[in-house]
Design a protein around this ligand. Structure first.
Ligand code: SF4
Length: 436
């Protein structure tokens, strides 16, 4: 029987978005969703610290959920989001019913963490503390960054993916409707939008109006008051040179591209029905790197897909070294009932899958560390998102490459301010600097 995830989200759109990422990760691990915690095997409270007394809120939510452990001893409770980031291990110490604490930057390792939790460990993943990060707690004062869905569903039918079945075929929203939403957000203080879709590059295909994604993005750049534009997710087969040219020429579009490769081996890509070969993918990434100065690229990977041999996996390892992603999200394959891949024998053992996942993430850690260190000394544009609760001279934001930058500033700043920061230090997954 399919295991089920129940997730309750508090707070801003970023949390909504993180919830989407958590759900995708659980879907990759074979979970279905439920709105009823009594049916769930795993329950997550995705917390927000903007609201008053967040700890109390978490406590009362845990209190509500813990009764399900009596009926199902394998029922797991996780706390994610800002409160998890801020309180970390303390949540485990004070709540014996909680199995997992996942800070905001822990999502990329969620597959590995959930597996350990399923095997009985209680784990807190909070990068600020594990990284000896000295800046304590941040909270967003108000939302200056918003997520705007531009299309739903997917027509690609990757063989392992349930999305086209559960979310239906691709359906784009009318451009006028999206642009009006963005204008409304901007009038209400939003400075940055991230356009969302399972496959943004095929935006417009089924609309009456004659428009593609690049044309839509160009229209969005003309919105007064909108400072930054991002988008996820791009499907490599539809990723075009026209889009690369737009990103490189339009100041408002950030230099960040999430382009999921999934595997480095052509035979695995074919079985996944991804619609491209590694060399075709590499050609597109090289074009983007060449034309878009300072671009950061991220990707998703599945290890242990049916039939994946050691040689195939080595091609994935080679790919991350050759491309040098700034971030990757990697998962072990698990069949989703109803997908084509679930009819193929899941013949890579759990041990081998775990070993491959660890190897890939370890290698990526080295690449990320190298890339972040290479940015020391750079002056980067950062949009302020939060202020330290303990030190009002310490701020947090994101650079154009979508990386968290914490920095000191003697000048008082507010969320949405865009400032130049000199990078002084590279942490495990973030940068540290000072406003200049
Ligand atoms: S592109 Fe493939 S992996 Fe992405 S949502 Fe569509 S079917 Fe799923």
């Amino acid at each position: 029987m399919t295991k089920k995830l129940y997730i309750k989200t508090f707070g801003c759109q970023m949390n909504e978005y993180d919830t989407e990422r958590i759900i995708s990760a659980f879907e990759m691990m074979g979970y279905g969703m439920t709105d009823d915690p009594s049916e769930a095997d795993f329950a997550i409270i995705n917390t927000c610290s903007v609201r008053e007394k967040p700890s109390e809120k978490v406590k009362s939510e845990i209190g509500r959920l813990k009764k399900y452990k009596k009926d199902n001893p394998n029922f797991k409770i996780g706390v994610a989001g800002c409160v998890a980031q801020q309180e970390g291990e303390a949540i485990l110490d004070s709540n014996s019913y909680v199995d997992m604490v996942l800070g905001t930057d822990g999502i990329p390792r969620i597959g590995e963490v959930v597996e350990r939790v399923e095997n009985g460990e209680r784990i807190a993943v909070t990068e600020f503390s594990s990284d000896n990060f000295t800046i304590p707690n941040f909270s967003r004062n108000r939302s200056v960054s918003a997520f705007v869905t531009i299309m739903k569903g997917c027509d690609n039918f990757c063989s392992y993916c349930i999305v086209p079945y559960v979310r239906g075929r691709e359906k784009s929203r009318k451009s006028i409707e999206i642009l009006d939403e963005v204008k409304y957000l901007v009038d209400n203080g939003v400075k940055e939008v991230t356009f969302l879709g399972q496959n943004v590059n095929s935006y417009g295909k089924n609309l009456d109006e004659n428009i593609n994604f690049t044309q839509f993005l160009y229209m969005a750049t003309k919105i007064d008051g909108l400072e930054r534009i991002r988008f996820v997710t791009s499907h490599p087969k539809d990723f075009s040179g026209e889009l690369v040219d737009l990103i490189s020429s339009e100041e408002k579009i950030c230099e960040y591209l999430h382009l999921p490769l999934q595997a480095g081996s052509d035979s695995v890509l074919k079985k996944m029905n991804r619609g491209y070969s590694y060399s075709e993918y590499f050609e597109k990434v090289s074009m983007a790197k060449e034309k878009i100065k300072n671009i950061a690229i991220s990707s998703d990977f599945i290890v242990g897909f049916p039939g994946e041999k050691d040689d195939d996996f080595l091609k994935t390892l080679d790919a991350i070294k050759e491309i040098e992603y700034e971030t990757i999200f990697a998962f072990k394959y698990s069949p989703r009932p109803g997908t084509k891949a679930s009819d193929i024998e899941d013949d890579v053992s759990e041990i081998v899958k775990s070993q491959r996942l660890k190897k890939l993430l370890d290698e990526q850690e080295k690449i990320t560390s190298r890339l972040l260190k290479s940015q020391i000394g750079e002056i980067q544009e950062v949009m302020v998102e939060g202020i330290s609760k303990k030190d009002n001279k310490v701020f947090s934001g994101r650079n154009r490459r979508n990386r968290i930058v914490n920095f000191v500033s003697s000048k008082v700043l507010k969320a949405g301010d865009i400032v130049n920061v000199k990078i002084l230090e590279a942490k495990k997954n973030s940068l540290y600097g000072e406003k200049i």
